[in-house]
Ligand binder design. Sequence first.
Ligand code: LLP
Length: 433
Amino acid sequence: MFISDSLTINNNGHLAIGGADVVSLAEKYGTPLYIMDEDKIRRTCREYNNALKECYGDNFLVFYASKAFSSKYIYKVIDSEGFGTDVVSGGELYTALKAGFPAGKIAFHGNNKTPAEIEFALKNNIRDFVVDNVFELHLLDETAKKLGVRAKISFRIKPGVDAHTHDFIKTGQIDSKFGVALENGEAFDIIKEALTLSNIELCGVHCHIGSQIFDAEPFSHAAEIMMQFMASIKNEFGYELSELNLGGGFGIRYTEKDDPNSIYESVKNFTDTVKCEAQKHGLKLPFISIEPGRSVVAESGITVYTVGSVKNIPGVRTYVSVDGGMTDNPRYALYGAEYMMLLPERPSAKPSGKVTVAGRNCESGDLLGEDVPLPEVTPGDLLTVLTTGAYNYSMASNYNRVPRPPVVMVNHGEDKLIIKRETYEDLIANDLM
Ligand code: LLP
């Protein structure tokens, strides 16, 4: 009935997530409130691991792209499911290490890692760096030399694949700030350069074609291109790369219109391509990695708000304002992202019309959705936005000095607070005078 199998209607007629009553959680922790279902996250991790094992054997590692949701607790959950993690900043790396995440399963991404971040990562012996450009390659080599270590790397390659997704989250084409391109020879040149550097250990290549991709075909296409590239590296330099990372981007369902492939279908598709290409080019089967972020956490999460004013402008529209908004979920303002919403106190009530759900920030674009079908709403009602587990908390801000909401993790009906609500004191903690 619901978009996520974490959600049910309980005996009180309320919305429940992971077996916990959403209305009771809102009373206990206040609103706005993020709630995530740990069991759902774990089931998704297992789906990835089982699919890869079945289709490819043991020669793989799934890295959770922690930009989707980074907190100490999530690193513990995904570590216990046998995942690695990718980080894109010193802050994500610090959080993972503080959570006790094994450094040997951390990959460092980003198009402009700072010298301090590179040194921090090297000193902590992370697994590898996904190097973006030639400047970074030399910075990494010099820093590794200074520290007396060798940095294991792969290169981020733009395979030139069109991922059929929103322009802002497409990354595989030549006009992207990420990585080096195949079509102009840049990727070839940087590999040649890396092979001359004494403190660099080149292991593989990486690509990430975009995010929220529904079809398996662009992933297979990227895998084919990358395997061909690995073959041409072997032919040209006599050097066989041992690792292939195909990035993240597996799509999920925000609304009923979304129709992504299952995890199994996507995995089967690209692993078949890798096997076929390896045979065709006489390559050993590479160690495969992928980096799902959104698909690991998005469907596990919801956000609960309290409705304040309901402003009906006759002949124009009705604004339903909630006690959060673009500060806890900027995705409608940024991408026009659509979400499903319902009233957790009466989740099966039929919609009585369409409204615009607005946030509480001083910004006209601070909306969570337009033309949202909802039952009659009155001030004081709770309102739930579904599928907010990814790129919500991690993209939240303190615009208008609005404190960030807490995150509650539920598991088989039990709830625990994993991130507390920010206070006004937290907001001024760095103000020195
Ligand atoms: N690997 C790399 C190198 C990436 O750049 C990304 C996402 C991922 C993996 C994970 O992709 P996922 O599986 O989550 O699609 N803020 C945007 C999404 C930005 C994605 C950035 N990179 C949003 O809210 O839709």
